[in-house]
Design a protein around this ligand. Structure first.
Ligand SMILES: CCCCCCCCCCCCCCCC(=O)SCCNC(=O)CCNC(=O)[C@H](O)C(C)(C)COP(=O)(O)O
Ligand SMILES: Nc1ncnc2c1ncn2[C@@H]1O[C@H](COP(=O)(O)O)[C@@H](OP(=O)(O)O)[C@H]1O
Length: 607
């Protein structure tokens, strides 16, 4: 375990010490201690000297202890620090006003030595550390460990531990493998804002964090472990709480005081239990997420990876056919019904498909997991979830729609795809002549509202030729020629498909794409499904019970993929399709990958 900051261990009386098995511990979570502490120096080699004890009451500035012979070291008091020390037996009480460093205790079941990447090391089987100073970086290996700290800490440790932290200090970057309780209280003083960010990752067993905040404290707490609870009790605070558990019983309680705006998210494999008291004003949000754990996460990432690979493959395969100049088919006709009725209205169909996904998510949520239970994903030991809360969905839809509009419809005038075309020398050919023809045939007065086109100067050199959009040009008989014309079809179909996939996949891997909510659509691929069951039991998924709405969305996705292929086979140059493809990836990657890995953006978008 490594603790950043405190190097000196102090009990509540102010004396620094480590508690050995016989030492009384003021630790909140006392466990049998046998200590080790450190400092940054390694100026002495371990020797075979036996030592039955060492006392340094301050006259000696530094005490070096060697004990390899099996005798115990009952106690050490040092004012100046205890440095490179090896003890084959137990340490008793180590009190130190200076720094400990590289204390390796081979007694009491200790196995760990000191060759780690940390400026400070504590290795033993059971320890208490009381610390009230800064600049500590400790590593602790082995079992029971208590830390009481009044300052910032970075803690890495193994096995069972209790940590309590108080006085405006923060505990951060804690990774741990055992059963743990972390109690942390924060208060702001003199009107100053406190800020705490806690990220705690555990790979095993029960872990709890309880934060008690008063005053203006902004806290962000995250726990990732297997079983555990996170409780934040706020004063006038704002903060986000995220609890991610891959299995077992978990609960998250978030209680806000006045003015807070908190988001609480609980990700859990089973038995999620979320309590949130949002008193004033009700602008925070709380939700619990249930996933089928690592399997679901791995599956989700696998699916995402495959989906991201599919469209470039389609474009490349289509291009192979394209360069062989295939015979025309129904699909090579621009007027084919699929193109005219579906692709040309693709965002409408995509919107409908998205609504179907939303409805599916809501139905699954209400029928399987109770209010607030959504879907979850997991990333390695770090759990993540995609929120299906209303405003998250609206924001993600708005972002996708916005990008579609900018690229194909309007970007402060011509859309991006047309600007690329014009900037690379393209323009609308024949439009002016068409206008002239229209003018000659109907002889409308200039500005006549009945004119099919706005009045245009009848000159083939008109700069207008470069200023109309591709849509306007084609719709009025012109030809979009020259330049580099990014494929709008490729862009739109790929963008829409990725958006739908990234909204749908979390539902699929967590079993919420199924009509009953009790089986996972592709359940056989992962073997089990929790489906948000409140019982927490896992159920084997044996049937493909994907709901009708989800099947319709999958059907639309298959159709979109086919139309991408047709575009690749019959239309555009390779580079034009490539640009459409790349732009089709941008928004989805930004939202579901980049923002998802950014705490604030991720919280806003629910990814
Ligand atoms: C609980 C919260 C739920 C949140 C759900 C949000 C739902 C919001 C509903 C809002 C309803 C708005 C519906 C809007 C639907 C539309 O978009 S209608 C417009 C449809 N138009 C298109 O799809 C046009 C697509 N075509 C093009 O973009 C281009 O033609 C092209 C395909 C790029 C090709 O261009 P060319 O010029 O032909 O090359
Ligand atoms: N899969 C497909 N099926 C039919 N037409 C397609 C198509 N992909 C592209 N097109 C047509 O090719 C032209 C260029 O498309 P885009 O730039 O959007 O990729 C458009 O012509 P029109 O605008 O004359 O309809 C479009 O309809």
């Amino acid at each position: 375990m490594s603790v950043r900051q405190p190097e000196v261990l102090a009990d509540t009386t102010g004396a620094s010490h480590l508690h050995g098995p016989t030492g009384g511990s003021p630790s909140l979570f006392h466990r049998e201690p046998s200590p080790l502490l450190d400092s940054d120096r390694a100026d002495t080699e371990a020797s075979n000297t036996k030592s039955s004890g060492a006392v340094n009451n301050g006259s000696v500035q530094k005490k070096t202890v060697y004990s390899l012979g099996g005798s115990s070291v009952p106690s050490i008091d040092s004012a100046g620090g205890v440095s490179p020390s090896t003890n084959n037996s137990d340490f008793g009480n180590l009190s130190n006003l200076g720094n400990f460093s590289n204390l390796a205790n081979i007694g009491d079941g200790l196995k760990s030595k000191s060759d780690r990447n940390s400026s400070s090391r504590v290795s033993n089987s059971s320890s208490n550390i009381n610390s009230n100073s800064n600049s500590n970086s400790n590593t602790n290996s082995n079992s029971n460990f208590n830390i009481n700290s009044n300052s910032d800490n970075g803690i890495n440790k193994s096995n069972s531990n209790d940590i309590s932290n108080s006085n405006n200090s923060s505990i951060s970057n804690i990774s741990n493998n055992g059963s743990n309780t972390i109690a942390s209280s924060h208060s702001s003083q003199n009107g100053q804002n406190g800020h705490t960010h806690q990220t705690i990752g555990f790979s095993a067993d029960d872990t709890s964090i309880h934060n008690t905040n008063s005053g203006n404290v902004n806290f962000t707490s995250t726990i990732n472990n297997r079983d555990g609870s996170l409780g934040n009790n706020g004063g006038d605070n704002a903060g986000d709480s995220t609890l991610g558990n891959s299995q077992g019983v978990s609960s998250l309680a978030n209680n806000r005081g006045d003015g807070g705006d908190s988001t609480s998210r609980l990700y859990n494999s089973s038995n999620p239990d979320l309590a949130s008291d949002d008193e004033l004003p009700p602008d925070g949000s709380s939700s619990a997420y249930s996933s089928s754990g690592k399997d679901a996460t791995a599956l989700l990432y696998k699916f995402r990876f495959i989906v991201l690979l599919v469209y470039p493959i389609i474009i490349f395969l289509g291009e192979l056919v394209h360069i062989s100049q295939p015979e025309g088919t129904y699909f090579s006709n621009k007027r084919n019904i699929f193109n005219v009725f579906f692709v040309k209205r693709a965002w409408l169909w995509t919107t409908l498909a998205f609504i179907a996904i939303v409805v599916r998510a809501k139905v699954a949520t209400n029928s399987t997991s109770g209010p607030g239970i959504k879907s979850a994903t997991q990333s390695g030991s770090i759990l993540k979830a995609q929120s299906y809360a209303g405003y998250h969905l609206v924001l993600r839809y708005a972002a996708a729609t916005f990008w579609w509009v900018l690229f194909t419809q309007w970007f402060f005038g011509l859309p991006i795809m047309d600007r690329v075309f014009v900037l690379t020398g393209g323009g609308c050919d024949g439009l002016v002549e068409k206008v002239a023809e229209a003018a000659m045939s109907t002889n409308p007065a200039p500005g006549d509202a009945t004119s099919p086109l706005p009045p245009l100067p009848v000159t083939s050199n008109s700069p207008l030729n470069n200023l109309v959009s591709s849509a306007y040009c084609r719709a009025h008989g012109g030809t979009w020629v020259g330049g580099y014309d990014p494929s709008g079809h490729t862009f739109l179909l790929v963008h829409a498909s990725l958006f739908l996939w990234f909204e749908l996949l979390p539902l699929i891997v967590t079993g919420r794409a199924t009509s009953t909510g009790t089986g996972i659509g592709i359940g056989s691929a992962i073997g089990t499904s929790t489906s948000g069951s409140s019982s927490g039991t896992t159920k084997p998924a044996t049937t493909f019970t994907t709901s009708l709405s989800v099947r319709l969305v999958l059907g639309l996705l298959a159709f979109w993929a086919w139309m991408v292929l047709m575009t690749a086979v019959y239309f555009h140059s390779f580079l034009e399709k490539l640009l459409g493809l790349v732009c089709g990836y941008l928004e989805v990657l930004l939202v579901y990958v980049v923002a998802a890995n950014h705490p604030q953006l991720g919280a806003i978008l629910g990814v």
